[in-house]
Design a protein around this ligand. Structure first.
Ligand code: 4AD
Ligand code: MG
Length: 459
């Protein structure tokens, strides 16, 4: 379905705006009886009250067709001049796209309209005029750039494709939470204002906390580890902040991190949990969001298994294809693109060199240079990182020093380890990155309501 912006008024002076305001109706005791999704031919002959914004309005002889949008979809209001009378018909002629209205009328089954039903109106309330044209045609065939669309995000989110993406976001969130709670995990909230880095100092946002320096959290890592002492199985779905230096399609300065941590397990159990959690989310989304996936023209094929390649195997694969990497180096974007050709779907890279991983990741054994760690990938995109954690205070202090960090800054964390920290393991998953995969979007900003990056601190 395509919509024009016909009839929309242009920039309005204060006087004109006041005069338009005086033409507005009050909501009074009108209340909605149906959303568009409630409508069906079975309601033929029923009285109804609907609300929404005008997606398009088309005048054809003495009939005006209004396509009204609400949060669930579209409905057709058919205004016939000889049935509604002159005053009503005149009122309708002033309406333009995005204007917010309420309509009372009778429903009539008709095969051509959305949901197989149209409304023949008896009364109409104009609740808010759209006095400006959005800077870009939101409903045109060509999608304006993300930057343009973000200028007026609240309106951009009315696009059917955006509505589909964010409904999938809602279902995915529900499925993640339900899966974890059903499997005995306890939902926690950890501080977002913290005193020291966990994932590398460069990407920290500093702030003034009363008279002290503090930071926005990069991950709930240390707090979720502490919480396994009391709750054993915990998860958090919350914001994480990273002062990312480069602008890419997959990085935000503020993202939602899905963090899971569990006592008395190791990284193999965490990978199993992560895989079953993702399978569950994909299943729920594909069952519950059939229409949204259709709107997006997207279908995600799931692999039989999430293959597990060790870091050493990855090096062999890359070297077989002519890409050399020194042992211990992290994979760069070229290597990741090559791996995506070998495996374009979900797979794990496990047993990374300890030097590539943060201080809290456990080495494989005392003298090993490898760590009990993993990244979950989808093609070239990293979705999650995790591993078995160091649970000995002595080793954690050593690892901090090796990473050039000062153990004194972590006293609040280290001292907990003196009280019997159990072995534990977990992972952190980038929720927006998972959503890119669930919705087939190539820019992370398109799955984020109000993305934050180097260029966007507003809207
Ligand atoms: O790989 P990261 O940095 O790992 C951690 O934060 C660990 N504390 C996790 C753990 O439990 N061991 O971040 C986890 C995930 C990444 O795999 C990625 O999906 C996502 O968070 N992520 C980002 N998403 C969007 N924008 C960014 N700037 C991101 N940085 C990380
Ligand atoms: Mg990572």
């Amino acid at each position: 379905m395509r919509f024009g912006l016909c009839g929309l008024m242009h920039i309005t002076s204060g006087r004109r705006r006041r005069s338009l305001d005086s033409k507005l109706d009050k909501l009074d005791d009108w209340r909605r009886t149906h959303y568009s999704s409630d409508l069906s031919p079975q309601l033929d002959g029923k009285e109804s009250v609907v609300f929404g914004w005008i997606a398009s309005i088309r005048h054809q002889g003495n009939i005006t067709f209004i396509i009204l949008a609400d949060k669930d979809g579209f409905m057709q209001i058919t205004v016939k001049r000889d049935e509604v009378g002159e005053e009503f018909y005149e009122k309708v002629q002033r309406l333009g796209a995005h204007t917010s209205i309420g309509v009372k009328g009778v429903l009539r089954a008709i095969s051509k309209a959305p949901n197989g039903v149209e409304m023949l109106p008896k009364e109409i309330k104009i609740l808010s005029f759209a006095t400006l044209n959005p800077p870009t045609s939101l409903y045109g065939r060509r999608l304006p750039s993300v930057d343009k669309r973000l200028e007026i995000r609240a309106v951009d989110l009315r696009r059917p494709a955006a509505q589909a993406v964010f409904k999938i976001r809602q279902e995915a969130l529900k499925a993640l939470r339900a899966h974890l709670i059903e499997n005995g995990y306890h939902e926690v909230h950890t501080p977002k204002i913290i005193s020291s880095a966990t994932e590398g100092g460069a990407a920290l946002f500093p702030l003034l906390y009363y008279n002290k320096e503090a930071f926005l959290t990069q991950s709930p890592q240390l707090y979720k580890e502490q919480l396994v002492m009391a709750f054993e199985k915990v998860f958090e779905i919350g914001p994480a902040f990273r002062a990312e230096q480069s602008r890419t399609l997959t990085h935000l300065s503020e993202f939602i991190s899905v963090d899971v941590e569990e006592a008395y397990v190791d990284y193999r159990d965490s990978m199993n949990r992560l895989e079953s959690m993702i399978r569950e989310v994909v299943k729920e989304v594909s069952e519950r969001c059939v229409n949204e996936l259709k709107t997006l023209g997207y279908c995600l094929e799931m692999p039989q298994e999430f293959k597990r390649y060790s870091y050493d195997e990855v090096l062999d694969i890359l070297s077989g294809l002519g890409y050399k990497l020194d042992w211990g180096e992290d994979l760069g974007s070229t290597h990741l693109s090559v791996l995506a050709e070998v495996n374009p779907s979900f797979y794990f890279i496990v047993d990374w060199p300890a030097q590539t991983k943060p201080f809290y990741i456990a080495p494989k054994d005392k003298y090993s240079k490898l760590s009990e760690s993993f990244d979950l990938m989808f093609g070239s995109l990293e979705i999650a990182s995790g591993g078995t954690r160091v649970s000995s205070r002595r080793l954690l202090e050593k690892r901090l020093k090796e990473k050039g960090l000062n153990p004194k800054s972590f006293t609040y964390h280290l001292k907990v380890f003196d009280y019997g920290m159990p072995p534990h393991s977990g992972f952190g998953l980038g929720f927006e990155r998972l959503l890119m995969i669930l919705t087939g979007q190539s820019n992370i900003r398109d799955v984020t309501y109000f993305p934050r990056d180097q260029r966007h601190l507003t809207p």
